[in-house]
Design a protein around this ligand. Structure first.
Ligand SMILES: [Fe+2]
Ligand SMILES: [Fe+2]
Length: 191
């Protein structure tokens, strides 16, 4: 469970399995947003030296996006409207705006937490889908390492800028994220 302070609720994966078409559309949007976010981070002066690494993440996320779109097409599920996640909006809303260094650290931490939770959840989905839908089970299992690497990369980028401030903010964000996790919803979305 990486460093999170609130476990993913028992039965979460089963609830996702019961609503797979919607979850796959949400997953497509999640990968699309992950790609655009990596590119958005390139606008921070503090990250100009990391532009190739961020591009590499954006390319990987676009490849994930393509793979989900392929699954949707193969299963006859139309790509549709994104559904707002209160968890993601809550995290992004906590990014301190104005001071560039604080903003970039918070933004990187939010990205790390989103990648980390995706990593955890894809692992759970991979296990829950085994023997039920083996194509999807191996798809989710195949994403775990990549999302785990993105989590570590974003965290290290923040620490490289200011280790003390990153660890202080990470401590704050982990409590905040745990609170967001306790706000349950019944939407067909991953987060
Ligand atoms: Fe991804
Ligand atoms: Fe990712």
């Amino acid at each position: 469970m990486l460093m999170f302070r609130e476990p993913i609720p028992v039965g979460w994966a089963c609830r996702m399995l019961a609503r797979l078409p919607g979850v796959l559309v949400d997953h497509a949007h999640l990968e699309r947003k992950a790609a655009t976010t990596a590119i958005t981070l390139e606008r921070y002066r503090d990250l100009y030296g990391r532009v190739r690494e961020l591009n590499a993440i954006a390319i990987e996320e676009l490849q994930h996006f393509e793979r989900v779109l392929g699954l949707l097409e193969h299963r006859g599920i139309p790509f549709g409207q994104p559904v707002r996640s209160a968890w993601i909006s809550g995290l992004m809303g906590a990014v301190r705006v104005g001071n560039n260094r604080e903003q970039v650290i918070d933004h990187l931490l939010c990205c790390a937490l989103i990648e980390g939770r995706s990593c955890e959840k894809f692992q759970l989905l991979g296990r829950a889908l085994a023997g039920v839908d083996d194509e999807l089970a191996s798809f989710y299992a195949s994403l775990v390492e990549s999302e785990g690497n993105h989590y570590a990369t974003y965290l290290l980028m923040a620490r490289h800028l200011d280790e003390g401030e990153t660890d202080r903010r990470l401590n704050w964000f982990l409590d905040f994220e745990a609170g967001l996790m306790r706000q349950r919803h019944d939407l067909a979305i991953l987060h």
